[in-house]
Design a protein around this ligand. Structure first.
Ligand SMILES: [Zn+2]
Length: 573
C-alpha cells in the first residue's frame, strides 16, 4: 500500500490526526483560562498608534470609547520582519499563526527571523483555518465591515487563503464562496466582469453568484437603512469608500463606519447561536502613509464611533467579547517635532487638522489623472483646502517641478501630490512629526471588554488564538478538516490541476503572453471524474454539483492544492 493510499484511508477513518501544531512554530505565551462567549467583535484600526489615540482625544476634546477599555498592548512583528504588514498581522489575528509579510492565512516559509523556528518543508505556505471560518462551521453568523475594498489585506485574511495579498480576484472569489453573511464596505469592481464595469479578468459575475445563493446586494446608505433581516453584501463603491472627512462632499450616499457596524450587529445578533464580526477602520493607515493628519485622525475618530456602537451592544448583551486592536503603527507619528519645542497647545494642533477641508486622497479625485495637466490654479486650490498659505510664484515653481520631473511609472499621481504638498507643508512649521512613509515596529494599544477580556502584552498571534478559544474553536482540527493537501491523498496519475482560462498580458519585453487566471482541479480516483474549480466551494461529481463546507485553495508557488476532507470522502466513495 502506498503512502498516499494509506493516508487516504487514515483520513477516512481517523477521528484524530497529527495536529499541524506539531510542525508549526506557535507563539510562546501560554493559553489564558478557557471561557467561551456567544459573540465576538474584533475591531481593527489599521495603522493606529498610541500617540494617535492621544491626538484623537485632544482633537475631539473628550474621552474616546477606546479610552474606557484600554487593557494592554500588542507586540507586532511578522515571521520575516520586525515591521509587519497588514497581511501578516491580520493572518495572526485571524488564525493565531505568525506568517510572512504579504501572505494571507497560509503558514510562513523561509527566510524567516532567526528568533523563530524554521517550519518543516511540508508545512510551509499551507492554508490554515480562520476564526471566521470556525464561527461559520459552529453555526454562528459572520460579518465583515470595512472602508477599503473587501479584497484588501485585513478582511482578506479572514475570508481567504492566498500566497499574496495582491491576488485580489482570488480573494474576492473565496470571500463569495466562503459565505460571509454580512459584508459591508468597498470593492464592488472585484465582483464584476470587465463588460459590466468590473475588473475581473476571469469575467465571472460574482454578484450573480451571491444573488443565486440568496444574498441581498445593496449599494448606498438608504438601501442599507431599509435592510431588516437576512444575508446582505453592501458594496458602496467600486474601490475604496471615501475618507470620513471627504464623505459628506465626495460621496454623501455612502454610510459611515458606525452606521455599517450598527447594521451588521443588528442583522447578525438575530442568530441564537451568536456571531463573529470584524470591523476595520481601514484608512487610518492610508492617512499615515500619506502623512495626512486630517485623513488619519478624522478616520480614527470615525473608528472610535464604531467602537462606541459595538461597546454599547456588548454592555447590553453581556455575552460578547469585544477587542479593539491595531495591526501595526504607520508613519511613525508624533505629537510635536524637531521644530515645535515644548510650547504646544491643543488649539495649535487642532487648528492644523481642522483647517484641512479635504484629504490628499480626496484631492486626487478632483485633479486631472495626468500630473502634467495640473495647472497652477489646481495646485493653489489644493493648498488652500489644506489650509496652507502660499503665494502664486511658489505654486508656479511647484507646477514647473512636476512638469520637469522624469516620468516614473512607480510613482502614482497621489504619491507625487503628497510629496510636493509635504515639501510645502514642511516649510510651514507644522507641529506633527513623522519618521517614515511606511510602517513602524512599536507595540500597538490593546482594548478589550467582556467575558475573558485579555490584559497585559499580547504577542500578535495570541490575539487569534484567544479569539478561537473565546468561540470554542479548535483551529488546528479545523485546518485539517478544511485543507487536505490533495497530493497526500491522490496520486500524480489521479490528480490534475489545469488552467481553464487565460488572459493576454505583455511581459517586460512587450511580448504578449497567455497568463492563466482560472484553474480547476480534476481528480480521476473514484467511479467518476471529479472537478473542483479553484477558489470556489463547488464539487462536480457524477453529474451533480455539491456545495462544500470550505473553498478549494491553490498555492501556485508550491504547486499544491487543498480541499476539504468532505470533498475527499465524496470522491473516494
Ligand atoms: Zn495595516
Amino acid at each position: 500500500m502506498t503512502f498516499k493510499k494509506r493516508t487516504a484511508i487514515f483520513l477516512l477513518l481517523a477521528t484524530s490526526m497529527m495536529p499541524l501544531s506539531a510542525f508549526l512554530p506557535l507563539s510562546s505565551r501560554p493559553d489564558p483560562a478557557d471561557s467561551t462567549v456567544k459573540n465576538l467583535i474584533v475591531l481593527v484600526a489599521d495603522g493606529m498608534s498610541l500617540s494617535q489615540c492621544t491626538m484623537a482625544r485632544w482633537y475631539t476634546g473628550a474621552p474616546l470609547a477606546l479610552d474606557e477599555i484600554r487593557s494592554g498592548s500588542v507586540w507586532t512583528y511578522s515571521a520575516d520582519s520586525m515591521v509587519t504588514d497588514s497581511a501578516a498581522s491580520a493572518t495572526a489575528f485571524a488564525t493565531g499563526r505568525r506568517t510572512c509579510n504579504g501572505m494571507l492565512s497560509i503558514t510562513a516559509t523561509p527566510p524567516i527571523l532567526s528568533t523563530l523556528s524554521v517550519p518543516e518543508p511540508d508545512f510551509r505556505m499551507r492554508p490554515v483555518a480562520t476564526v471566521l471560518e470556525g464561527a461559520r462551521l459552529t453555526g454562528k453568523s459572520t460579518g465583515i465591515v470595512i472602508t477599503c475594498p473587501f479584497t484588501h489585506a485585513t478582511p482578506g485574511a479572514y475570508v481567504a487563503h492566498a500566497e499574496s495579498r495582491h491576488l485580489q480576484h482570488d480573494i474576492a472569489e473565496q470571500a463569495v464562496h466562503g459565505g460571509v453573511d454580512v459584508l459591508l464596505g468597498g470593492g464592488l469592481s472585484a465582483l464584476l466582469p470587465r463588460d459590466a464595469a468590473g475588473s475581473r479578468e476571469d469575467d465571472e459575475n460574482l454578484v450573480q453568484v451571491l444573488r443565486d445563493r440568496g444574498f441581498q446586494i445593496i449599494q448606498n446608505a438608504t438601501e442599507l437603512s431599509r435592510i431588516k433581516h437576512g444575508r446582505v453584501w453592501g458594496l458602496f463603491s467600486a474601490e475604496a469608500m471615501a475618507a470620513d472627512l471627504d464623505r459628506p462632499v465626495l460621496a454623501p450616499e455612502q454610510p459611515t463606519l458606525a452606521q455599517m457596524t450598527a447594521k451588521a450587529i443588528d442583522l447578525l445578533s438575530r442568530n441564537d447561536r451568536g456571531f463573529f464580526l470584524m470591523v476595520e477602520g481601514s484608512q487610518i493607515d492610508w492617512g499615515n502613509h500619506a502623512h495626512d493628519p486630517a485623513h488619519a485622525i478624522v478616520d480614527l475618530v470615525a473608528f472610535d464611533h464604531a467602537v462606541r456602537v459595538a461597546l454599547d451592544f456588548a454592555k447590553r448583551d453581556g455575552q460578547t467579547l469585544l477587542l479593539a486592536i491595531s495591526d501595526h503603527e504607520t508613519g511613525g507619528f508624533s505629537i510635536g517635532n524637531m521644530q515645535s519645542g515644548y510650547s504646544l497647545s491643543p488649539e495649535t494642533l487642532n487648528e492644523q487638522i481642522k483647517k484641512m477641508k479635504t484629504t490628499l486622497q480626496g484631492m486626487i479625485q478632483r485633479l486631472a489623472p495626468e500630473p502634467e495637466n495640473w495647472t497652477a490654479k489646481d495646485l493653489m486650490t489644493v493648498l488652500e483646502e489644506r489650509g496652507i498659505d502660499v503665494t502664486e510664484p511658489v505654486v508656479r515653481l511647484m507646477r514647473d517641478r512636476i512638469r520637469a520631473r522624469k516620468p516614473n511609472p512607480n510613482q502614482s499621481a497621489g504619491r507625487l501630490l503628497l510629496e510636493v504638498v509635504n515639501d510645502v507643508v514642511g516649510s510651514q512649521d507644522g507641529s506633527f512629526g513623522w519618521t517614515t512613509y511606511g510602517h513602524a515596529g512599536g507595540d500597538t494599544p490593546l482594548h478589550a471588554f467582556g467575558p475573558g477580556r485579555p490584559t497585559g502584552m499580547l504577542d500578535m498571534p495570541d490575539v487569534g488564538r484567544l479569539c478561537a478559544r473565546a468561540l470554542g474553536i479548535d483551529l488546528d482540527a479545523l485546518s485539517e478538516r478544511l485543507f487536505v493537501d490533495a497530493s497526500s491523498v491522490f496520486s500524480d496519475g489521479e490528480l490534475d490541476v489545469v488552467p481553464t482560462r487565460f488572459v493576454e498580458r505583455r511581459d517586460k519585453n512587450g511580448a504578449v503572453q497567455n497568463h492563466p487566471v482560472d484553474w480547476t482541479i480534476r481528480i480521476n480516483a473514484g467511479r467518476h471524474v471529479a472537478e473542483l474549480p479553484v477558489n470556489q466551494n463547488i464539487l462536480r461529481l457524477g453529474g451533480r454539483e455539491i456545495l462544500l463546507e470550505g473553498v478549494v485553495v491553490h498555492i501556485p508557488k508550491t504547486k499544491k492544492v487543498y480541499l476539504p476532507v468532505q470533498a475527499v470522502r465524496l470522491i473516494k466513495q
